[in-house]
Design a binder for this molecule. Sequence first.
Ligand code: SF4
Length: 252
Amino acid sequence: MVLIMEKGFTRLKNYLKELNEGILRANKPLRFGLGFLRVSELIQQLYCELKLHYTYSQGVEPEYKRRYIIRKMLDIYLNAEKKAKATNGNFYVKLPLIAPIREIPVIGSPDAIFFERYNPKIILRIRKSRSLKIYPEDEARGLIYGALLEKLGFKINDLKYVIIIAKDLEGLLELIPSISKSIVKREGISIKEKHNVRIAVRVYNSKEAEELINYLLSYWEMLREPRPNPSKSKCYLCKYSRICPYSSLESR
Ligand code: SF4
């Protein structure tokens, strides 16, 4: 069991270092000359890929800014590693994840991961929202982070991703470790009514993750054109609605 932990954590640290040093790069040309992708970029594709395309066509974030993010992630990783050792692998932590998928380094940080005996049990998405609505983007995060843990060599056969949406996060964040434990033990969860919270528990599915990621990466690999995802509310807020032929606004 310890060996599995060491493999996953060691790979994670090595990938973060290699990405920081510029050794780890995509093994194929990517759109806009990017060398690696962030999970937030994959999530934006689900909102509206064409909007992302318009934005990036105007210029991508400079490489030095992206490197700064990696260095910050390395610091977060080193703190997490200390916590893992101090708790003998039973811990709840913010952990940056990175692994090459289809030879493209993909990097991102879930809100938190709950570990038991060094094995990831729950990937958490925690969000404040008045409507308590779950979006496809919330679900996609769980699949992408699950795939990264899997590629890193962590044991994922009992992995869940949990979406927690609350009208008010005050006082709730401290309860997340005990909520996570209850979910792992399949016990009932008790939360005070004042929190007004919605909790969705999903079992990670490798195949579903692979299909989603293959679809998203095919855009970056230039195997297909960007796809629009219009809706009145999205197009209303979009600064490209005047030039976009798919805008759902009537007066373009
Ligand atoms: S106008 Fe609508 S469909 Fe077009 S890019 Fe913007 S959000 Fe997407």
